[in-house]
Design a protein around this ligand. Structure first.
Ligand code: URA
Length: 206
């Protein structure tokens, strides 16, 4: 098996056995994340809901259906990207995750990012946004990329927001459509940083 997949699988086993917070007492399945271990784009949601808890897969309910459509709108499939959550077990009744639950899961997410090394991290909703953007509301910064250490952090509304507030649907769709251009810009920036030929060869010294 691919090295990265093996490393991710190790994390999934740890997550399934994890008892670091109380959420393990109410979970049906843990929901570690899924997708391409070499994904350039990683989506980070909040926490599993009812359907995710039943199936052990992220974003498979109504919000997930919309996320899948959004991914398709930029010419990709779920298999091309990686999808996970800040918290890997369902909070009872879909309540907001608590600070101790977020910090109990933090190391899993850090390691998933370290293994996959995505170029773009798309935060879905305020809990995943809060990992990278502090002291600001999502309504102010959604759709505005921030580049740090070669990664683009891109805050978006949670897809479920469109189900509760229909008016946000268009904004979410438009934010998603900006992602391919971000990836292109990153490629151009990297091409400028890494010369393809050693300069001496271009000067004809070999
Ligand atoms: N909402 C999330 O934040 N994550 C899921 O996996 C499903 C719904």
């Amino acid at each position: 098996m691919h090295d990265k997949e093996e490393l991710l699988k190790g994390i999934y086993i740890e997550i399934a056995r994890c008892v670091r917070c109380n959420l393990h007492t109410t979970r049906t399945c843990s929901v570690p994340g899924e997708g391409n271990a070499d994904a350039k784009i990683m989506f980070i949601g909040e926490a599993p809901g009812f359907n995710e808890d039943q199936q052990g897969r992220p974003f498979v309910g109504a919000a997930g259906k919309f996320l899948t459509e959004l991914i398709c709108s930029i010419g990709l499939t779920r298999e091309d990207v990686y999808i996970t959550n800040v918290v890997k077990d369902r909070p009872p009744g879909n309540r907001d995750p608590l600070p101790d639950e977020i910090s109990a899961c933090c190391n899993f997410l850090d390691r998933q990012i370290e293994i996959i090394k995505p170029k773009i991290i798309v935060t879905l909703g305020r809990f995943s946004m809060a990992r990278y953007f502090t002291g600001i509301t999502i309504s102010k910064i959604h759709g505005q990329p921030m580049r740090r250490d070669g990664i683009i952090y891109y805050p978006m509304y949670h897809p479920a927001a469109a189900l509760h507030q229909g008016g946000l649907r268009k904004e979410i769709e438009q934010d998603m459509l900006r992602i391919p251009r971000l990836l292109e810009e990153l490629k151009c920036a990297e091409a400028l940083l890494v010369p393809k030929e050693p300069p001496t060869r271009q000067l004809g010294l070999f």
